[in-house]
Each structure stands twice: as structure tokens, then as C-alpha cells.
Design a protein around this ligand. Structure first.
Ligand SMILES: Nc1ncnc2c1ncn2[C@@H]1O[C@H](COP(=O)(O)OP(=O)(O)O)[C@@H](O)[C@H]1O
Ligand SMILES: [Mg+2]
Length: 243
């Protein structure tokens, strides 16, 4: 079953073409990665999928529904982890989850046990009552991951889930994402880390200047270009991983 389809998707910000006529399809249960240097258009492409903004032209369907037709329905079935931390700094860890659950009309009675369950999932139960400012970068990313799961999404969209994390935190996020895969969730992520793409993604789309340069499984790409995923990326974009 196809979960996301993009046909000739284009997005302009005034005179800048951020996403340039791209096509892709993502199947149910698939882990799909967008790789590419800064400015490639990854966040923009994902923003259109999670109905944050409409396309300039072309068509995107999520769960078979056009993103411009019923965005609120699509949003109710998606979990999103933004590139930048937007946790509420005045609230505690637990309160951030409970307040977020309200957007999905989850009652207080349900949201409290659910939030504790999510804190257990990210191994942060003991941090429940501390303020966001006291969290490390890795803990904030993990909490954002937990928050993206409050509505039990069928599709999870993670924008650079582990950027800036220490190796330990990164590995713990990978472990959590692998657990979710066994439950059949579909994942779209962006990353700069080739190891992350190789470990997690069934297929990757390498993007550059708003275009998809190639889409394939990491192993097919490495065989085809005879090198590591990092070599493939350098060959296709001519750029370093730092963008
Ligand atoms: N809200 C915006 N207004 C104007 N330009 C933007 C906006 N968001 C992104 N851009 C530009 O669009 C291009 C693609 O950005 P983005 O989708 O964030 O790429 P990536 O996530 O791959 O780094 C960049 O040139 C960026 O500067
Ligand atoms: Mg981005």
C-alpha cells in the first residue's frame, strides 16, 4: 500500500525554487530518508507532506488524500518532529506531552497514562517533572520524538532527528526507531549522517538544489557507485556532508 505520493511537486518561496518538480512514492511500513546538503529542499518537501504549507504546483497525496483537500485529517494521522526544538520551555517534560495531546482531542484521563508510557519508551521517566531548560540536547530530541507519537501516528516525519547529538543519544534514538518499525509505522526522515541512513532507511532519496538526484536502497547505491554511502553522496552532489 502506498502512503505518500508526490507528482511533479514544486515549491517556490517568491523567486526561489526550493523544491523543483520531484516525484516519489513511499510504501506502508517503509523507512524513507531524504539526504542532501543544507538548502537542498528536504525540510520544505517534508513540510508539504505534513500539510504545514501547500505546494506551489504538483500534487501530493498522503493516505490517498490530497494535502490541499483535507489537511486536518492528514495531520491527525501523522507525527512530526521538527528540525528545531519547539518544546514549551515553561512547562515540564510531562506537561509538554500532556498539553500537546490536547491538540489531538485526547482527554486528560487518557493523556496522562499515555505520556508516562511514552516517557518509558524514551527512557526518561525520571525526568518527568523537570523543566525543559534543564534537559541536554539529546534529551530534548528524545522528548520531541515521544511527543510526535502522542496521537499514535501511522506516518512519522522526523526532520534531522539526531543532528547535534552525542553518539550515545544517537544510538538510543536509532534503537527506538527500530522498535517502531516492528510495529509497522511508516517513517520519513532527513539526515546528514550516512550511517543513520544506512542503518535505518529502506530507501533514500538524495536531494540537491531542490531536485531528487537518485532514489534507491542504500545497498544498491553503494554497489552501483562502488563505495560507501558517503562516497555516493559526494559523487552525486559534489558536496561535503556539512553542506
Ligand atoms: N520560509 C522560507 N522562506 C524563504 N525561503 C526559504 C524558507 N524556507 C526555506 N527556504 C529556502 O529554501 C531552500 C530549501 O530550504 P530547506 O527546505 O530548509 O532545505 P534543507 O532542509 O534541505 O536544508 C533554501 O534555499 C532555504 O534558504
Ligand atoms: Mg532542513
Amino acid at each position: 500500500m502506498i502512503i505518500v505520493t508526490a507528482n511533479k511537486l514544486t515549491k517556490d518561496y517568491n523567486s526561489l525554487r526550493a523544491v523543483d518538480n520531484i516525484d516519489f512514492e513511499i510504501s506502508k511500513g517503509e523507512y524513507f530518508g531524504f539526504l542532501g546538503p543544507n538548502g537542498a529542499g528536504k525540510t520544505t518537501a517534508m513540510g508539504i507532506i505534513h500539510c504545514f504549507m501547500p505546494p506551489t504546483s504538483g500534487e501530493v497525496k498522503v493516505f490517498g488524500i490530497d494535502v490541499t483537500e483535507n489537511p486536518s485529517h492528514i495531520k491527525s494521522r501523522i507525527g512530526v518532529m521538527p528540525q528545531d526544538n519547539n518544546l514549551d520551555p515553561d512547562l515540564t517534560v510531562l506537561e509538554n506531552l500532556i498539553v500537546y495531546a490536547r491538540y489531538f482531542d485526547i482527554t486528560k484521563k487518557e493523556s496522562s497514562p499515555l505520556s508516562w508510557e511514552l516517557l518509558d519508551f524514551i527512557e526518561m521517566r525520571e525526568k518527568a517533572n523537570i523543566k525543559i531548560q534543564k534537559l541536554s540536547g539529546g534529551m530534548k530530541r528524545r522528548l520531541l520524538l515521544a511527543r510526535s507519537l502522542v496521537n499514535n501516528p501511522e506516518l512519522l516525519i522526523l526532520d534531522e532527528p539526531t543532528t547535534g547529538l552525542d553518539p550515545h543519544s544517537r544510538h538510543s534514538v536509532w534503537k527506538q526507531l527500530k522498535q517502531l518499525k516492528s510495529k509497522g509505522i511508516t517513517l520519513i526522515l532527513t539526515t546528514h549522517y550516512m550511517e543513520e541512513a544506512e542503518k535505518l532507511c529502506d530507501r533514500v532519496a538524495i536531494m540537491d538544489s531542490g531536485k531528487i538526484v537518485t532514489v534507491d536502497t542504500p545497498s544498491n547505491l553503494m554497489n552501483k557507485y562502488k563505495g560507501t554511502l558517503e562516497d555516493v553522496y559526494l559523487k552525486l552532489t559534489g558536496r561535503s556532508l556539512e553542506g
